[in-house]
Design a protein around this ligand. Structure first.
Ligand code: PLP
Length: 395
């Protein structure tokens, strides 16, 4: 077994991925993939069982009513499977959007021909419980609400607890895209009542990409037979077949499952959700303090900042060019997460993956170095960014 402790420097040719999945995975997670498994064989069926119970064990109190259905594909496949399987054909979904993933969920619902309405809060404003309550009171046709736990496009941590309370008080059902949060932020059904959520192997559990999982109330899964729009994305069919045979319906990503089980073991060894969340919060705090020290400003005020990924405004200095900055950071061993989010240019740095605060200090030093190389003397954002920022402060 390779030695993963503490956090090794990047090996030559393998930079740290400061991206929200795929991300930097531990050597032991990669090594776990170095053999083959037969998908029908008892050994792999035991691995599938371990995966499902391992995910459910992270739920905390109130989790006994839920089951875990892993499915092949990236996170978006799971979002589509959840909506197509759990939203009745005559149901109506309210999507709470404040970024790319919320908008994608709404588009997914439209594409599969289900009724959908969207509360679009723009790029970074959080949907609040009282707004949700108002919309639900006005539209009795809405049966389900979909919230994004951490909207990875800005890094905002949405207030899912107050949203869940509003949805439950109105007698509707809550679906959560917890793709980039589950495993690092608690999601106990006793605190946040939900019908189902989805996440994937390559985010806070720190596995590699290849499958995701739906965690849903068993009664909701039972009621969903024959409802899905798609054969491959029918989560009820996958669940029923897995319950009966212990197997996945179609070819499973065997190696990815093996990597995931190792990642789950490391997650447990770190102290579970609390331990993982604490390391990510330290990563974020070191990163944000260091970047602010260099003169950078964050898009979000501290109150809404997740420990998953942080958005920084690009400096106003005309010598700053993001493409050059990206290459300069890559040359120093760090891959950033680009993306134009608001009217003002910004970039994102992920805090998740097999990295610690020492890595984050090295990131800040590399940023300082890269700015010097580019001749950038101030990392301060343009006035327009500060105007946006003060708008965000008033949320
Ligand atoms: C990663 C992610 C997804 C899924 O994206 P894929 O590229 O399909 O894996 C969905 N929602 C959120 C919030 C995410 O962070």
């Amino acid at each position: 077994m390779p030695d993963d402790a503490p956090f090794p420097p990047p090996r030559l040719g393998e930079p740290y991925l400061l991206t929200p999945g795929p991300l930097t995975s531990a050597a032991a997670v990669k090594v776990a993939m170095l053999r083959d498994w037969g998908s029908w064989d008892g050994d792999f069926r035991a691995m599938t069982r371990e995966l499902r119970t391992g995910v459910l064990a992270l739920l905390g109190s109130g989790g006994a009513a839920y089951d875990c259905v892993p499915m092949q594909g990236s996170g978006s496949y799971l979002v589509e499977a959840m909506i197509g399987t759990l939203l009745p054909r005559d149901g109506k979904l309210l999507v709470l959007a404040n970024g790319a993933y919320g908008l994608r969920a709404a588009e997914t619902t439209r594409r599969i021909g289900r009724a959908v309405t969207v509360l679009d809060k723009g790029d970074y404003r959080p949907p609040r419980g009282d707004e949700v309550a108002r919309i639900l009171a006005q539209d009795p046709d809405i049966t389900h609400v979909l919230a994004i736990h951490c909207e990875t496009s800005s890094g905002i941590l949405n207030p899912v607890a107050e949203i869940a309370d509003a949805v439950a008080a109105a007698g509707r059902k809550l679906l959560i895209d917890s793709m980039s949060a589950f495993g690092a932020l608690s999601l106990a059904p006793s605190e946040v009542p939900f019908e189902a959520f989805v996440s994937s192997a390559n985010k806070c559990i720190e596995g590699v990409p290849g499958f995701g999982f739906l965690v849903a109330r068993r009664d909701a899964l039972r009621a969903a037979e024959g409802r899905a729009h798609s054969l491959a994305l029918d989560a009820h069919a996958q669940w029923a077949y897995m319950e009966k045979t212990g197997q996945w319906r179609f070819t499973p990503p065997t190696h990815v499952v093996a990597a995931f089980l190792e990642a789950l073991r490391m997650h447990r060894a770190e102290g579970g959700v609390a331990g993982r969340g604490a390391r990510y919060a330290r990563n974020r705090d070191v990163l944000v303090a260091g970047m602010r020290g260099l003169g950078f400003a964050t898009l979000l005020p501290d109150r809404w900042m997740s420990p998953i990924i942080v958005t920084f405004f690009c400096p106003a200095d005309p010598r700053f060019h993001f493409a050059r900055f990206y290459e300069a950071m890559k040359a120093r061993g760090f891959i950033l997460y680009p993306g134009k989010l608001t009217a003002v240019d910004s970039f994102r740095i992920g805090c998740i993956g097999h990295i610690d605060d020492a890595v984050m200090r090295a990131v800040v030093a590399a940023v300082d170095d890269a700015l010097t190389e580019m001749g950038v003397t101030s990392a301060a954002p343009p006035e327009a960014a500060l105007a946006e920022r003060s708008l965000a402060e008033t949320l």
